[in-house]
Design a protein around this ligand. Structure first.
Ligand code: TXA
Ligand code: MG
Length: 345
């Protein structure tokens, strides 16, 4: 089937494909997801095969608004109920103890399950239609393992091809994702022993969570459930990425020009006379920056420069989720600058 324009008929067709065990890419407010029936282990296995993702990495189960959480999870703490009231539908994923009848395939064999109710209208319409609103759609970000997440349908086609070519049965095009970075992930599966633990920062901040449950989430400990978005090298384009302080940018670009290196730049401050093969002037606010981040990384990757240089951002709370993604995209900044002989500036 070709790409679907998501009217009611297209949503229904996509729901039927999911019910038949096929893969459907869907828009969410964070990033596009690669969806499959969460209760069909063969369908979930196809997600792993398409992404090239290790089978022990859990995926998030997406639920329709008003879904019965107790069908999916057990020992649900009161904090979960409060956070769901405050932030669902929206970019918050909760890790809870998995109900016994939910296949272990969705949680990479762990005894937990990640649940989220997305706010994107197309995602919601699909989730309401799929199994009459009582199903769950397992959906990691619709990119190959370790790559940059997709925020448009075009990005998904760039990763997997245009259906029916490639592993997807359909792609629902819901425009550009509004938030632009993946959901905040909060582990509540070990409340009694560890309290709430932040597994991945995102648009919903630790302070917003604390305002609802009265306690700031802790950072992950060694025994925390695994989250692949928390690996060191992740969200990475093919071109090496280096994070560079604003004051060092002009010198680095001069140095690169004199040694014939081709540099793509993502700057936030004003730069005069940028000596680069490509440039993306990033938005000034955290919301605007997050919205553009993955599209910018993909655009800069497409010019096949020797290096993508990203101007380092403030280390303040509103930038936490973005800094987390950039740090992983630029996981070997120092080594890369050294190999390109761009250090010592
Ligand atoms: O915004 C998002 O969360 C997007 C959209 C599509 O909803 N999804 C997304 O999925 O980012 P993915 O698979 O790329 O990242 C999901 C993260 C992974 O790091 C995974 O390990 C973690 O959620 N996760 C899912 N279920 C989990 C579980 N039971 N325990 C621990 N981590 C879990
Ligand atoms: Mg991902």
């Amino acid at each position: 089937m070709a790409e679907l324009i998501p009217d009611a008929a297209a949503i229904a067709a996509a729901a039927r494909l999911l019910e038949q065990g096929e893969l459907v890419a869907l828009p969410t407010e964070t990033v596009y997801g690669l969806g499959a029936d969460a209760e069909n282990p063969q369908a979930v296995a196809r997600i792993y095969a398409a992404k090239g993702r290790p089978a022990n990495h859990p995926v998030i189960v997406h639920l329709a608004p008003g879904a019965d959480i107790a069908y999916w999870a057990t020992d649900i703490p009161v904090e979960a109920t409060r956070l769901i009231e405050a932030f669902w539908p929206g970019p918050l994923t909760l890790i809870l103890k998995r109900a016994a009848h939910i296949p272990a395939a969705v949680s990479g064999g762990q005894d937990s399950v990640g649940l989220r109710c997305p706010s994107h209208p197309v995602a919601q319409a699909l989730l309401r239609e799929f199994k009459g609103g009582r199903g769950g759609v397992a959906a990691p970000s619709a990119n190959r393992f370790g790559h940059v997440s997709p925020t448009t349908a075009r990005h998904v086609r760039d990763e997997f091809g245009t259906p029916p070519q490639g592993p997807l049965a359909a792609i629902l095009d819901g425009g550009q994702s509004a938030v632009g970075i993946e959901s905040t992930i909060l582990d509540l599966s070990r409340m009694a022993s560890h309290g709430p633990v932040l597994l991945r920062p995102g648009h919903i901040s630790p302070q917003q969570i604390a305002d609802v449950i009265g306690v700031l989430p802790a950072l992950p400990d060694a025994a925390a459930p695994r989250a692949s978005g928390t690996l060191d090298a992740h969200y990475a384009p093919a071109t090496p990425v280096a994070l560079v302080a604003a004051e060092q940018l002009p010198g680095l670009l001069e140095n690169a020009a004199s040694t014939g290196k081709r540099i793509a730049v993502m700057n936030r401050s004003e730069l005069s006379a940028i000596n680069s093969v490509a440039q993306y002037h990033m938005p000034a606010t955290p919301e605007g920056y997050a919205h553009d981040l993955y599209a910018a990384l993909r655009a800069m990757d497409a010019v096949h420069a020797d290096l993508i240089v990203v101007e380092a951002l403030p280390a303040t709370a509103p930038w936490q989720g973005i800094n987390d993604r950039l740090r992983r995209a630029a996981f070997d900044s120092a080594g890369i600058l050294e190999r390109l002989a761009l250090t010592g500036i």
